[in-house]
Design a protein around this ligand. Structure first.
Ligand code: PLP
Length: 435
């Protein structure tokens, strides 16, 4: 099929997510390898967003492909009431990788379902019903996880699930000055008091905020949240669907601050998206609640053997190739490239990153900090930048006044520099358009 046919047929007969269909303009993708993908006509793109911040191991790794093929040939499916070797091995492996006494896992099809189940577990264990979540967040597209979501994707679903209370974020993007950890914690404690601590089951947060701006928490914030949760008997749920599995230069972002959440949700990098799989990791003491009490939750594809096999092989690739360390090392190189942008380009308001999790915020005017596109909106300049990246074969997410730099963790320094050369050229055009 030609690229044009793919685009025409997918647009005619399938719905694209989060979009008015008349405005979608998908890139046809025929194959992918390493940090690149190609259209049917052979146009090459650098995948500078790991697709949806998920193909952490890189595309087409033969070790992961073979593990999936072998599992499909041996046992493609067994229902969730069965025991399988891959499920057994994956649970054991994740217990080793995840922090502290996180020891028990419930497998799902992806991140949204992981958060749905995390929320349910917290409610069942505590007997409380409210969940605190943050405004600058995305937790998924299903009913409960979309209600948890703080960003505008939630609006169309409102009022959503009862009992979810949004709290502010320790924000430190371009739109206003930084909140300190102490300010954010004081605000959080006040909200806990106002809502009634005894009504709050859990606080869910993205350890490092993903699509809402790669917001790295100030030191002391996560530790402080952990202490407040302990003080008030509130469970801490860290959503590491995007930040987990090496993305930030650690297995999980919480490892940077040595905080152990009560529940850790994951997906994306768990299988590098070769096969859909998510998981809820639970501390032993919390999971023990379900020794005598029923765990009310289930999915036909829970612990799907193909997903478990893909996850085991992906984790082995991270280990064999030292990809977590590589994300730290290449993250250092990327940090240098990002740090150089504001000096070279007046349109760059700020560039943030941790590991290979990065973002650039563009401004119309650095003095006034006016973003180059409004909150939840776009602008001719941002659209032109997106078109330029696409023309030049750089694929990344362009959102509002930001674009992302989230390549697969196997990226080489040469590929990083090639991508940044395109970024540099694109930003020079943006600068010129603002004069
Ligand atoms: N949580 C976070 C932080 C995410 O970034 C995402 C997806 O982007 C989700 C949850 C939802 O995961 P999924 O799309 O696999 O359901």
């Amino acid at each position: 099929m030609t690229g044009e046919q793919m685009v025409a047929l997918t647009r005619r007969h399938t719905l694209y997510e989060w979009s008015a269909q008349a405005s979608v303009d998908p890139i046809p993708v025929a194959r992918a390898e390493g940090v690149h993908f190609w259209t049917p006509e052979g146009k090459r793109y650098i995948d500078f967003n790991s697709q949806l911040m998920c193909v952490n191991a890189g595309h087409g790794d033969p070790r992961i492909v073979k593990a999936i093929q072998d599992q499909a040939a041996t046992l493609a499916y067994a229902n969730p009431f069965m025991a399988t070797e891959v499920r057994a091995r994956l649970g054991e492996k994740l217990a080793q990788l995840t922090p502290g006494d996180i020891d028990v896992f419930f497998f799902t099809n992806g991140g949204s379902e992981a958060n749905e189940n995390a929320m349910r577990i917290a409610r069942l264990v505590t007997g409380r019903h409210k969940i605190l979540a943050r405004y600058r967040s995305y937790h998924g597209g299903t009913a409960g996880s979309l209600t948890l979501t703080g960003d505008p994707r939630r609006w169309a679903m409102e009022p959503g699930m009862p009992g979810i209370v949004h709290v502010p974020h320790p924000y430190h993007g371009i739109q206003r000055g930084s909140d300190t950890a102490a300010e954010a914690l004081a605000q959080l404690e006040e909200i806990i008091m106002l809502e009634g601590a005894h009504t709050i089951a859990a606080f869910i947060l993205e350890t490092v905020t993903g699509t809402n701006g790669i917001l790295v928490p100030p030191d002391g914030y996560l530790e402080g949240v952990r202490a407040l949760c302990d003080r008030y008997g509130i469970l801490l749920i860290c959503d590491e669907v995007m930040s987990g599995f090496g993305r930030t230069g650690a297995w999980f972002a919480v490892d940077h601050w040595k905080v152990v959440p009560d529940i850790l949700t994951m997906a994306k990098g768990l299988t590098s998206a070769y096969v859909p799989l998510g998981a809820v990791g639970i501390r032993r003491g919390i999971a023990d609640h379900f020794q005598e009490k029923v765990f009310y939750g289930g999915l036909t594809y829970n612990s799907h053997p193909l997903g478990c096999a893909a996850a085991l092989a992906t984790i082995q690739v991270y280990e064999e190739d030292g990809l977590v360390q590589r994300a730290r090392d290449m993250g250092g190189v990327m940090r240098g490239l990002l740090d150089a942008l504001p000096d070279a380009h007046p349109s760059v308001g700020e560039a943030r990153s941790i590991g290979l999790f990065g973002l650039v915020e563009l401004v119309r005017d650095r003095a006034t900090r006016e973003p180059l596109a409004p909150f939840n909106g776009s602008s001719p300049e941002m659209q032109a930048l997106g078109r330029f990246f696409r023309e030049r074969g750089l694929y990344t997410f362009v959102r509002w006044n930001t674009f992302f730099t989230n390549p697969p963790l196997c990226i080489s320094e040469a590929d990083l520099r090639e991508a940044f050369a395109i970024i540099d050229e694109g930003l020079t055009r943006v600068d010129a358009s603002l004069n």
